[in-house]
Design a protein around this ligand. Sequence first.
Ligand SMILES: [Zn+2]
Length: 124
Amino acid sequence: MSKLKIALEKRLDEIFGKYIRIRDFRKGCITCGCRLTYETATCGHYMKRRHKATRWSEINCNAQCWACNHSDDDALYRLRLVNLIGEAEVQQLESLAHDYADFTITDLNDLITKFKILTHEATN
Ligand SMILES: [Zn+2]
């Protein structure tokens, strides 16, 4: 992977994570329900970040506390996600995660722009 792509993915991870935290911190941790602030919220991936096809999916990510984000108990996260988006959507997410995904430089730039706009809207 090119150096530019690596840098863009890193930038996208930052902007996307910021967006998820701003969008969700008021709801508390999706897994344990504890209260969060923007500062204590983390961007928790249901299907892990190594699955590129769902790495920047808005339904795959929710605010989590640090402990839940670093726990290996994904069963509870799954249960909460089913409550939030439904079993069919969760199954679709699990299937999509294993698809091959190749993001071009244009794709990455477009996603960066998209989440910058969404973050701006969520802030105001
Ligand atoms: Zn938690």
